[in-house]
Design a binder for this molecule. Sequence first.
Ligand code: NAG
Ligand code: NAG
Ligand code: NAG
Ligand code: NAG
Length: 371
Amino acid sequence: MAAPSAARSLLLCVMVAAFLHLQLQIPPMAAAAASPNKTDGRDDGRGKTLSLTLYQHETINKTGYIVVDGVAGAGVSQTTTPFGTIYVFRDNLTVSADVASPVAGVAEGSSITTSLDGLQSLSLAKITLHGHRGHRGSVSVLGGTYNTAPSDYPVLGGTGDFAYALGYVRSSPVDLRGRTVTYKMELHLYWPPYAHYAPLHQSKFSTTASSAATMMAVKSEVFTVYQHDRLNETGYVVAAGDEGAPSSDTTRPFGTIYVFRDELTLRSNSDSPVAGVVEGTSTTTSFDGLRNLLAARISLHYRGYRGSVSVLGGSHNTKPSVYPVVGGTGDFLYTEGYVRSSPVDSDGPRVMHRLDIHLYWPPYTKFAPGP
Ligand SMILES: *[C@@H]1O[C@H](CO)[C@@H](O)[C@H](O)[C@H]1NC(C)=O
Ligand SMILES: *[C@@H]1O[C@H](CO)[C@@H](O)[C@H](O)[C@H]1NC(C)=O
Ligand SMILES: *[C@@H]1O[C@H](CO)[C@@H](O)[C@H](O)[C@H]1NC(C)=O
Ligand SMILES: *[C@@H]1O[C@H](CO)[C@@H](O)[C@H](O)[C@H]1NC(C)=O
């Protein structure tokens, strides 16, 4: 009994030592690759951290609208909405609590009331910074909001400077009186050491990243497929907004909720072999009717791989967009990465997007349990 278990422990020790050895080689390279901004956090092989504070201002019927009425419980008040209410918002983020202070970014998404007292909701959002303190990119969050107390949302993924970010966003009420309510929004982000080696959609660091990725023998793959969406056949408007842009071939009113199940083919011809399906919901979150918050599952059976990835992020109806992969199943369990979606044909009820799905398996996946 004792011998095999001792042998196993020894093997485990060797494996752990090998892994630690590999990890210990990383810090100097990571430092060279990213030239971390010392004032912004540390990057000493334990990863990099960044904290930012912004202020979110929300005005009912101006920056946020109820698009689906709730059905039970509390009524509509400054801080409550009936159970099941779907609220869609696009709120500016400013650098101080003063609504007139400089705008640093935007928070867009939706909240679904999930308590009968009308105080709690499930929120899906994308928080975008336009260069605040030199940071440009977005983080996607999904979590619970308590309207009158601080709430923490986990960060599921990011794009741009926030690619592969983890962490949380804390939202705390500052002023709930009056028509415009203000919340303090603190972003607490963390990049694990491997984030430096993951493939990026910006050219920055990519040479170092790919050679380091090869060195660490982590896996990455790119899958290209074509998404075919046909209005009233594979996708439907289930809740119509009525603010901002009208309904057209390329725009939808603010707050419109669209639900789809679209085939993914190997080539742009819709008769080419099917490699999977993308299903989900897209909510219009801009008043020009062109931008959406997308929550979807992409299932693939392609090049011997089978599984799904979940995505949550921003999409654009007529321009290329990038949204993060926030999880996976099957052969894509533990993957991270991003999807670049480029419209090929977007001027009609039949829309085609090319999806380049960039997936990355972080080094720890070797040790993580499978299904
Ligand atoms: C917002 O608009 C709706 C629909 O027009 C209206 O019923 C509601 O009273 C408005 N709410 C506020 C706070 O202005
Ligand atoms: C939000 O910020 C943008 C850009 O600074 C500005 O044009 C817009 O008017 C602001 N929206 C509100 C509701 O203040
Ligand atoms: C480093 O961070 C500081 C403070 O946030 C900022 O002013 C500066 O531009 C940053 N430098 C670089 C090289 O990103
Ligand atoms: C889709 O269905 C809606 C509602 O029935 C209708 O108003 C719209 O014209 C239809 N659009 C197309 C392109 O079929």
